[in-house]
Design a protein around this ligand. Sequence first.
Ligand code: DI6
Ligand code: FE
Length: 404
Amino acid sequence: MTLAAWTHCRLATMQADAATPYGLVDDGVLVVDGQQIAWVGPLSELPGALQARITVRHDAQGALITPGLIDCHTHLVYGGDRAHEFEQRLHGASYEDIARAGGGIASTVRATRAADAASLTAQSLPRLKALCAEGVTTVEIKSGYGLALEHERKILKVARALAHSTPVDVVTTFLGAHAVPPEFAGRPDDYLQEVLRMLPLLHAEGLVDAVDVFCERIAFSTAQTRKVFEAAQALGLAVKLHAEQLSDSGGSQLAAEFGALSCDHLEWLSPEGSAAMAAHGTVAVLLPGAFYFLRETRHPPVALLRGHKIPIAVSTDCNPGSSPCTSLLLMLSMACTLLQLTTEEALAGVTRNAALALGLRDRGVLAAGLRADFVLWDVAHPAQLSYAFGANPRLRTVVKGQSV
Ligand code: DI6
Ligand code: FE
């Protein structure tokens, strides 16, 4: 058996109950046993018996080591782009105007349906590789630009297959209830029945890890969302929700009632919604890229989230309409600058709390018994990861104990 030790490093363990900010350990040691972390702590406390069994030594040369980053909300498998809509918005059209006029999500649905699996893979892989290049080791990918069985299946299969082209772990989410496709125009409830038909079929094919809905006045109502959640619950699937992004629809209360893993966006979250999320352990996922790109002025109520001790995650929301972004490090900076998170909250948002948002208990912090997913950075202090925007100080990524 191989026991490998990483030494000469500073560790940001991100353990929730750590005595120091970021769970910082100076002159730390990380011992890896196969795919798992066996021990983590200061060199001075490394047990002699364990030290005697170490067979491989890696000198980290003063690097900072954090858990592997987790991007817990992306729509990165899609065809085409929407740069022309960006131009329209700069000339005064709003995101909702464009959506109502048949652009927006519908235009990406056209491009995604037109792309075969090979083309969709070719278009999406660079986005996943860009995330990996910044130390991302787990990515959630949603469907939702197919909106018909064969195309939703194609997206989810491409998402699963991408995991084999890169070292990252991919978690898939069925977002059939993202928009009403053109063939169901004016018949949203008929389309909802189609969503309810697709879900068990795709689940039976092993393509669905969780279920999401875009609950918004330009998308699906809370009553429609409830039907999708009931279907997910019947299959034993976890749910999450795009909630209170453009208006307060009350989606967060509904999601919390279903024990949702997360509610995402939340600019318009009410005190009642926040209380419901706190009561059910639902994570708040903040998406500063969409806030920035849509030039929102309404801030997610961070003080309310803190007051309720709701875990806050941060993600790219990588998608062609509201956040064409493949940099999770940039989201750290924006989470601090635009949404006023602390640098420690931002880093917890892409590690510990992002893991919670995906229901993954085996990663997100550096602790014995968890997956050995971690990143070596050329920085002295973890605040520098949020501070220097546009920089990428990643030195090396280790996934399940292997350098990648
Ligand atoms: N909320 C979002 O921010 C994305 N989807 C969603 O439900 C935007 C999707 C798009 O505009 O293509
Ligand atoms: Fe989204």
